[in-house]
Design a protein around this ligand. Structure first.
Ligand code: ZN
Ligand code: ZN
Length: 661
């Protein structure tokens, strides 16, 4: 028999006997790889491990600890969940069971319209473990539409999916092949359970086990409120018990750090219903943090050669017609207001066109470029009420927004300087763990010539490579008007947040017919770079709060020190201490001794203040303080006030960062 030849990920080729499976391929490379394998991919298409190698394909092994591998584990676990529910509730209908971020779900309709209870999850989980112990294989079959319909004769949701496949619709969860002569694929686990699915899956249910069912929820079939209400079970699955435990720990931590909860506990901000969904107000303490963030940002922008501008919150519709926002961003905008019956005004969703008008307010020379216009610009976006979330998805926000207008020759240096700037700024706030994502030209629709895209993408890539960070390619993920780089940062519990973006734009300079006079006295179109470093101040605030679990660095804390007298007759001295500290710029509170000391200390600790100073008889006489440092249960008594003051002043001036808790 003629051998098959396949390519390995490293570019080398290897020959195998015809009929060799992906699993045998993994074994030929090494026992560790074979053990970690859950599926494979042939030329990018995922397949089961028992699929024979096709001649000429590039073959990759998908291991359990990769993103794709976890998806295979999660999806396979969803099938086991469905089998368990059908075993426990004979006559139940099962719908779809896709993978979601960090987990999976499956939707069911129980006989007699019954609902799952939280207690049911334990029973279902136990049954799932039985199915895993039974070591059931996942065996793939292909069927005609008619065969599929008869196989799932008593499963209306599966029937609907199969009919949709026949009608040529692309079904996300459960098909193979579309249109005329369509086929569907199924996976047989046991005579009692077959599911419709495109695969791939782990070879056997015994390969699974590091999972947990999370919760029950209601969901409409096809997400359509006019259709059946189904019962959804959410679960998570991982490659090991350790990875599962880490994930569950992250969830607990995420809840403890939830910025909405911390915002209320620490009296930082709120969302008054009277104002409306997604429109926060900042209280004095939150306002202080925000002012410090903004002041710091202004100082840095000034040093980096930015000029400060201010623009209004509303504009006539013509501006957003010219910019194109009304064509491609109208859904994200609040509806217009009629003014004087002559004009429609819009709240601005972006600041860009305003800054362009400042550029265009007079003729510009190449000598003025790069022109960097900065503004803390308030923008309003119509987010659906279902997606509004704390400070991270709001309807009114403030961007630390700037637009850089430069020549083509200056573009590379500007991008490099901007990336250097953003990383240094984020590090000053204590974010350390970054990677970059480069989003390139979308295939379908894009303005600008291929040459322009190539040049701009290369400039972005070079700037990114110069940072010495991991660079992830988001092929085709750019906006139609230009490529971009986004900075992704990991927080203290390992979550990735998209922070800053640097976006090149070929469209706006064209739409607004922007130009400058070059050294050759000719007219040239400037390059436009959009960039926001915090992104939005509100969202950045939320990310910081969660990163530090509310225990902000001393330089950002609204109250840095609280002074407590042991008794009422120590209060005078407490005030003297506070004045001394305020004289070096510290934010200090003094609380009267009208409650026992222990209660006052506990309350101050709940506010996560960096320092609590306790002063008693000895301190009054010796000019000392007792220092309780945040996170330490070991007070430093009898500390010279002069000493402590100098240390605090330095800590603030250097913007020293605590260990993220
Ligand atoms: Zn499946
Ligand atoms: Zn912009």
């Amino acid at each position: 028999m003629a051998p098959v030849s396949v390519r390995l990920p490293d570019g080398s080729t290897k020959e195998f006997e015809k009929g060799t499976t992906a699993r045998q391929f993994a074994e030929s490379i090494g026992p560790r790889l074979a053990k970690a394998a859950v599926a494979a991919s042939f030329d990018g298409t995922q397949v089961d491990l028992d699929t024979p190698l096709p001649d000429g394909a590039e073959v990759r092994v998908i291991t359990a600890d990769s993103d794709a591998g976890r998806d295979v584990l999660r999806h396979s676990t969803a099938h086991v969940l469905a089998q368990a529910v059908l075993r426990l509730w004979p006559g139940a209908h099962f719908a779809i069971g896709p993978v979601i971020e960090d987990g999976f779900y499956y939707d069911f309709e129980l006989p007699g319209g019954a609902h799952f209870s939280d207690e049911d999850l334990e029973t279902i989980e136990a049954t799932m473990r039985e199915i895993m112990a039974e070591d059931q294989p996942f065996i793939r079959h292909e069927h005609t539409i008619a065969e599929g319909l008869s196989l799932f004769a008593d499963q209306p949701f599966k029937q609907e999916i199969i009919n949709a496949v026949e009608a040529g619709q692309d079904e996300v969860d459960a098909t193979g092949g579309t249109g005329a002569g369509a086929q569907v694929s199924t996976y047989w686990n046991s005579n009692a359970f077959t599911d419709l699915c495109r695969g791939p899956h782990v070879p056997s249910t015994s390969r699974l086990g590091h999972f947990s069912l999370m919760r029950v929820a209601g969901a409409y079939w096809r997400g359509d409120e006019h259709r059946q209400q189904l019962q959804r079970i959410y679960g998570t699955a991982w490659e090991s018990d350790k990875a599962l435990a880490e994930h569950l720990h992250r969830l607990v931590e995420a809840e403890r750090r939830d910025h909405r909860k911390l915002g209320a506990e620490l009296d930082l901000f709120s969302f008054p219903e009277e104002i409306g969904s997604g429109l926060p107000v900042f209280h004095p303490k939150g306002g202080t943090v925000r002012r410090l963030m903004e002041d710091y940002s202004r100082t840095r922008h000034e040093a980096a050669g930015y000029e400060f501008v201010y623009t209004p919150h509303i504009t006539k519709s013509e501006l957003f017609e010219t910019s194109g926002h009304l064509d491609w961003f109208a859904d994200g905008m609040f509806p217009p207001m009629d003014v004087d019956g002559t004009h429609q005004y819009y709240l601005k969703p972006m600041n860009c066109p305003f800054h362009i008008l400042i550029f265009k307010s007079r003729q510009r020379s190449y000598r003025e470029l790069p022109l960097r216009l900065f503004e803390f610009g308030a923008v309003y976006r119509y987010e659906k009420s279902g997606v509004v979330h704390g400070l991270t998805r709001v309807r009114g926000m403030t961007q630390d927004d700037a637009h850089i207008f430069c020549t083509r020759e200056e573009m590379g240096a500007e991008l490099h300087a901007t990336l250097t700037f953003v990383l240094s700024l984020l590090r000053d706030f204590g974010l350390e763990d970054f990677f970059l994502e480069l989003s390139t030209r979308p295939e379908m629709k894009a303005v600008g010539t291929l040459e322009e895209w190539d040049e701009a993408t290369e400039a972005l890539r070079n700037a990114a490579l110069g940072m010495g960070l991991d660079l992830v390619l988001d092929e085709g993920g750019g906006a139609f008007y230009g490529p971009k780089i986004s900075v992704q940062a990991k927080d203290a519990i390992g979550r990735t947040h998209q922070m800053s973006t640097i976006q090149l734009d070929f469209q706006m300079p064209q739409r607004f017919d922007m130009e400058y006079i070059g050294a050759d006295n000719g007219r040239h179109r400037p390059i436009m770079i959009h960039r926001a470093l915090f992104g939005s101040v509100e969202r950045f605030f939320a990310i910081l709060l969660e990163h530090y679990a509310g225990a902000l660095p001393t330089w950002l804390s609204p109250e840095q020190v609280r002074v407590l007298g042991v008794r009422g007759d120590h209060e005078d001295y407490a005030h003297k201490v506070a004045d001394r500290l305020r004289a070096v710029g510290a934010r200090v509170g003094v609380e009267p001794a009208d409650e026992p000391l222990g209660a006052r200390i506990r309350r101050a600790k709940l506010l996560k203040l960096p320092y609590i100073l306790v002063v008693g008889d000895d301190d009054v006489h010796a000019g000392t303080v007792g220092v309780n440092r945040r996170g330490s249960n070991d007070p430093d008594r009898g500390r010279e006030l002069t000493d402590f003051t100098a240390e605090l002043e330095l800590e603030i001036a250097q913007r020293r960062l605590p260990e993220a808790p």
